[in-house]
Design a protein around this ligand. Structure first.
Ligand code: MG
Length: 373
């Protein structure tokens, strides 16, 4: 690849700020293969010519260290319009450390802030800058953790119905696939609570073994489930592809994809590619990965981070929906000003607002920087 030279790079980025907001949950939550007790947002601000761009990723506080040690100086070496050149430079700087995973999550936050800054300086919105294709972005309700009791599940389903969700997803694969009877009972309960006309979706987070995933998938087909996410680990695209051939429901994966190579490996294995804008390289990475999926006539679905996906999703022709993930809905409502409006089963980013339209609330209560108690 030839050397990338910033063209029309705009005013120089003067300042890079990083903050970590750790939000403890009222009680621990579990999916099929992991338990967590807090949500951490790593927030980046980039400043140039009197404007500030904001980006964030849901990651480890260590992503802030990657930004402070490696990415901030690269951003300050570039102009505010040089989103692609900056992206390439940040990606190349990660070669010796592994440019996927944590590095890419840090890069994603910076890229999102960079796009926000660029749009604000140009007095336009990210949606318009990226090329708007829709005004309303469909979402599905998501949460339904294996750790919930029936009353808690009922409350979550009620909260999704209240904003018009026409599709809802719960976690299955409890304890690495060791309680299939409860998994299926909870799916039947979701169907009852959601009522007719709601698309049923499940996510096993890679909790089942080969063979077991097929047996569970056949039961899900019988229950009318349309979306079976990560029936086995997404590190095994060949097995996902096999399941895709054998089941009626859509087999989906992609939330851990960081590089385009990760996306390329998954394309033959899924019916819908999931992408996480906070993990796959920000708005820049999301647009590239979605185009790659489009080359195989596949839809993409935004994983978690609903506010950010509603913005970029409005510019992606092959977007199916974004995930209205309950943990992040809560965090974004407390941390972020300007979150797109929600109702009638859609999110509505406002192209009249500059940038992506969001800023971090100065009085973000309940959030602490580690070490500040
Ligand atoms: Mg998932």
């Amino acid at each position: 690849m030839s050397k990338v030279v910033p063209v029309g790079s705009g005013p120089r980025i003067e300042r890079v700020g990083v903050n970590v907001h750790a939000c403890p949950l009222p009680e621990p939550e579990s999916d099929g293969t992991l338990t967590w007790d807090s949500v951490t947002a790593v927030v980046v601000t980039l400043e140039a010519a009197g404007q500030t761009g904001t980006g964030w990723t849901y990651s480890s506080p260590a992503a802030a260290t990657v930004i402070e040690h490696h990415l901030a100086s690269i951003a300050r070496d570039h102009g505010a319009f040089a989103t692609s050149a900056g992206w390439q430079a940040m990606h190349r700087a990660g070669r010796n450390f592994g440019a996927g995973g944590l590095w890419m999550q840090a890069l994603s936050a910076v890229d999102i802030a960079w796009w926000d800054l660029k749009a604000r300086l140009l007095n336009t919105s990210v949606v318009e800058l990226a090329g708007q294709v829709r005004t309303e972005v469909p979402f599905y309700g998501s949460g339904g953790f294996t750790s919930l009791d029936d009353r808690q599940l009922q409350e979550q389903v009620g909260s999704w119905a209240a904003v018009g969700a026409t599709a809802m997803k719960i976690k299955i694969g409890e304890n690495w696939g060791t309680d299939v009877a409860r998994d299926l009972a909870r799916v039947r309960r979701l169907a009852e609570l959601a009522g007719p006309g709601v698309t049923l979706m499940v996510d096993a987070n890679g909790g089942y073994r080969h063979g077991q995933a097929l047996r569970v998938g056949r039961a899900l087909d019988d229950l009318g489930v349309e979306w079976f996410e990560e029936p086995v680990t997404s590190d095994d695209p060949a097995e996902l592809a096999l399941l895709r051939e054998q089941l009626s429901c859509d087999v989906t994966a992609g939330e851990y994809a960081a590089e385009l190579d990760d996306v390329r490996a998954l394309l033959p294995a899924v019916d819908c590619l999931q992408l996480d804008v906070t993990r796959c390289g920000g708005f820049t990475g999301f647009l590239r990965a979605a185009a790659l999926a489009q080359s195989q006539h596949l839809d993409v679905s935004g994983h978690c981070a609903p506010a950010l996906h509603s913005v970029i999703g409005a510019a992606v022709p092959n977007l199916r929906h974004v995930e209205y993930f309950i943990d992040h809905v809560r965090v974004e409502s407390r941390l972020i000003d300007g979150v797109p409006s929600v109702g009638g089963g859609v999110l509505r980013p406002d192209p009249a607002r500059p940038g992506h339209g969001m800023t971090v609330r100065s009085s973000a209560g309940g959030f602490i920087r580690p070490g500040q108690g």
